[in-house]
Design a protein around this ligand. Sequence first.
Ligand code: GLN
Length: 544
Amino acid sequence: MPSSTKYIFVTGGVTSSLGKGIIAASLAKLLQARGYSVTIQKLDPYINVDPGTLNPYEHGECFVTDDGAETDLDLGHYERFLNVSTSQANNVTTGRIYQYVINKEREGAYLGKTVQVIPHITDEIKRRIKLLGNTGKYDIVITEIGGTVGDIESLPYVEAVRQLKWEPNFDCIVLHLTLVPYLAASGELKTKPTQHSVKQLLESGVQPDILALRTEHKLTEGVKEKVALFCNIAPKAVIQAIDANTIYDVPNLMKAEGLDTIVLDKLSLPYKENPTLTAWNEVLSKIKNPTHKTTIGLVGKYIELKDSYKSIAEALIHAGAQNDTKVTIKWIHSEAITNENSAEKLSNLDGILVAPGFGERGIEGKISTIKFARENNIPFFGICLGMQAAVIEFARNVLNHTDAHSTEMDANTTNPVIYLMEEQRTVTEKGGTMRLGAYPCSILENSNVFEAYVEKNISERHRHRYEFNNKYKEEFEAAGMKATGINPDNNLVEIVEIENHPWFVGVQFHPEYKSTVINPHPLFVNFIKASTLVTEQKMQTASN
Ligand code: GLN
């Protein structure tokens, strides 16, 4: 068991979207490969208690952990890189911090004191930061602070870091990620934004220990030395974070920059093993050198912001690598599909994935898409609402229940094939009240899913309120849609499949959350395998 946990804070400057999460995950990967146990935590400065209530357009996908936390999508990167599960403690928001402090105030826990940002809010931030370290499970905790230094919302977090840097027996360093923009007109890399952003940190009393500079062009030693001089940092601790072709290259790029050894030197930790990243690089080489290709249509209603489907897109990459296949995603807006245009819009696809979602908008397009996939033997993968839409489509077009629907979209349908779970009927609060997190599922042999998992008992993560209505189960099964995965504790249908179809699988859970670089998800792997076969059959027909 680690004797005392060391902490690395990752802050960002100049602009958002610099990829702090990827840098943090890459550093964690290298330290893990050296033999350290590492976890990553994200502190989000918004007032929502968690991102579960956020529209995906606002903040991208909501990632769900085994213990049912609705979290920031960066936790998905952490799990995909580290192959280790995260939990509720790995994501904290300002809303959660304030909620906790205000609840304590109402209980009278502050004994008449004035409750203030300093020390009460900062104390609570520090307590949350230390929670993971105090489990005794980790040698190193990397804490990523969301937002950009200088934001009003980030101030209490930066203040908490300042206080921790001065706390006896608390070993920590600060890695600050900034941008070095390239001015094409003058052909120059400019360091001023970085200087300003470090000044901003210094104004808050925090001297960064390491600077990572995001750049489109290779940085000269001169640029690094200049930054080092102006920012009170040794030139060796100024590294470049150059744009990568794939995020999975970043650990190698960080290794080449020596980020892991710089960190270990600063934390006075031994280097241990050389991080060869052998298994990781085998996957990376498959991603870079595919021998097959396939085109998947991803049908959803939030496609304007691709981050809304981050874990699905990454799971397709992992599954592609496993099949030596380059997966091209065609992003299709569900509102754009009708029964009339489905052939024109979808027939060039080798596989179709209908995405999760909420509410009425775009649902008819999803149903038309599924009809097309079912009738034309195109491999189909429906996730959560995608599975529910497959059930509705089958009820309407095969069982002839023409008004079949989910009560989420039509509360008065006479055929509620998808309806509200019993436990959800009295729920009125929206935040954190869905069926969330990992639940067991028993799988029938002789199914596509058994072929994929090669296991009868699995566990997958959920995030939904509605479910398959068991009243219709026999009727569905008699007509060819089988429930091949059932929750053993309460009989909920978790998986449906259609017989006599090359690959038609709908799952009530979210397999995408569990796909990692080293462990691609078996359902995604088999979906891509089936789709690649379609591509190859098409090519053969074309060449004959
Ligand atoms: N809206 C559906 C439900 O709540 C599906 C949710 C989802 O796709 N994550 O059951």
